[in-house]
Ligand binder design. Structure first.
Ligand SMILES: [Zn+2]
Length: 213
């Protein structure tokens, strides 16, 4: 049971990297999706998590780690996971190592998407979404051809509330603070593969394939 951990700020193109790894047989595991699944199934973990989230509290490490454990228990030993959004803290990273070891597995690689803050801010703050069909544009890199709305249906384009510059900067700040200890933790183990996320989607794909061979 092996795993790749994907680290990168919001807007760095983690979806592109995930696609490459899913093609290579990794199962994409997002803790947000796992949490929603546990809540839907009304498991003990799900009910506990929902209670905390309803109170506006963070879901503690034990709950997140518990979900990963039950995922591993229900998977076969040859499973390969791509963790996205987990671990978020060094404690979670240590727990993940312990869990994998208990299934005779390990982390093969950690992909670190690197992108300067100003590039992320430009990418996310220029994003516009169609209010009807959800099509995504970018005012500079992928503008709608018609000036007054969505190319598909002509409906109004809007900026998502969390794509404004102040919110993005705050998310990047939280990301940097959370991730710094993880980067040192995995660098010490020689697992980190930095990928320049300012490159095009095609170039990011090739870089990931090359590094993870
Ligand atoms: Zn539309």
């Amino acid at each position: 049971m092996n795993a790749v951990v994907l680290l990168g700020p919001p807007g760095a193109g983690k979806g592109t990297v995930a696609e490459v790894l899913v093609d290579k047989g990794y199962r994409h595991v997002s803790t947000g999706d796992l949490l929603r699944e546990q809540i839907r199934l009304q498991t003990k973990l799900g009910l506990e998590a929902k209670k905390l989230m309803d109170q506006g509290q963070f879901v503690p490490d034990e709950v997140v780690v518990g979900m990963i454990r039950s995922l591993m228990e229900s998977s076969d030993m040859s499973a390969k996971f791509l963790f996205d959004g987990f671990p978020r803290t060094q404690i979670q990273a240590e727990k993940l190592d312990e869990l994998l070891q208990s299934f005779s597995g390990k982390i093969d690689d950690v992909v670190l998407l690197e992108c300067p803050d100003e590039v992320i801010v430009e990418r996310l703050s220029g994003r516009r979404t169609c209010t009807k069909c959800g099509a995504v544009y970018h005012i500079k890199y992928n503008p709608a051809e018609r000036r007054d709305g969505c190319d598909m249906d002509g409906c109004e384009l809007m900026q998502r509330p969390d794509d404004n510059e102040a919110t993005i900067k705050n998310r990047l700040h939280v990301y940097a603070e959370q991730t710094a200890p993880l980067i040192s933790y995995y660098t010490e183990q020689g697992l980190i593969h930095p990928v320049d996320a300012t490159m095009s989607i095609g170039e990011v794909r090739s870089a990931v394939l090359e590094k993870l061979g």
